[in-house]
Design a binder for this molecule. Structure first.
Ligand SMILES: CC(C)(COP(=O)(O)OP(=O)(O)OC[C@H]1O[C@@H](n2cnc3c(N)ncnc32)[C@H](O)[C@@H]1OP(=O)(O)O)[C@@H](O)C(=O)NCCC(=O)NCCS
Length: 195
């Protein structure tokens, strides 16, 4: 499996490894209850964010053989979110599939940063790593994340009604995905035209 050199730069963002000094930025959004409502785990403490930063170093390379491939998304010198690309299985055909994920600070919502970062990660997944399929799992109530999936060309493949025991309740689990052939046919999406 090839490695991807970091950072990945886009028009407005830099995707890079988390590093010491990022803790306060990450805590600012990862500690917010509404932000983690549809993602596993409780709001994070500074100590937990410190562990997250300490364990996600990639020495300038996106090493897809590691289980944790979280990248910081930096805008104007601040970490405004993080994105994840997680291969399904080590050294097998499943290596050609990856789960994608995203978490962003609420105060930067609605500006397309998550879309921009996700598209950059998709380009890496398909154009550089030659993956076959990228998928995402969502709480069925997570409308913002569903819109993001659709914006970047993913399609809803399944909805498991009350198929997930999540945060003390049965919840719907939606699966979104895009394959390499669809990505190549449709290309990367364009940003919406401002009204
Ligand atoms: C999911 C999440 C990342 C989506 O954030 P977001 O701000 O809606 O996404 P973007 O940054 O891509 O912004 C897109 C919005 O900005 C608008 N926008 C403005 N400028 C834009 C641009 N240049 N490009 C794309 N969209 C733009 C879009 O129209 C869209 O608005 P809409 O959803 O009302 O239609 C965010 O809600 C989040 O972090 N949630 C908490 C964590 C979570 O649940 N993660 C997902 C687990 S599955």
């Amino acid at each position: 499996m090839p490695r991807v050199r970091l950072p990945i730069t886009t028009e407005r963002l830099v995707l890079r490894s988390l590093r010491p000094g990022d803790e306060r930025d990450v805590l600012a959004y990862r500690s917010v209850p509404e932000v983690v409502r549809y993602i596993p785990g409780d709001p994070k403490t500074l100590e937990q964010v410190g562990d997250m930063v300490a364990h996600s170093g990639t020495a300038g390379l996106l090493d897809l053989r590691k289980s944790d491939m979280t990248l910081a998304v930096e805008h104007d010198g601040r970490v405004v979110g993080d994105v994840l690309l997680h291969l399904s299985g080590p050294d097998g055909p499943d290596d050609k599939q990856a789960e994608i994920g995203w978490v962003f600070a609420p105060d930067v919502a609605g500006q397309g940063y998550a879309t921009e970062a996700a598209v950059a990660l998709m380009k890496v997944a398909f154009d550089e790593l030659g993956l076959h399929r990228v998928w995402a799992q969502l709480d069925g109530r997570n409308d913002a994340s569903a819109r993001l999936c659709e914006r970047i060309g993913m399609q809803r493949e399944a909805l498991f009604v009350q198929g997930s025991w999540f945060k003390d309740e049965w919840t719907d689990l939606a699966i979104y995905a895009i394959r390499a052939d669809q990505w190549r046919t449709n290309g990367s999406p364009t940003a919406p035209t401002p009204a």
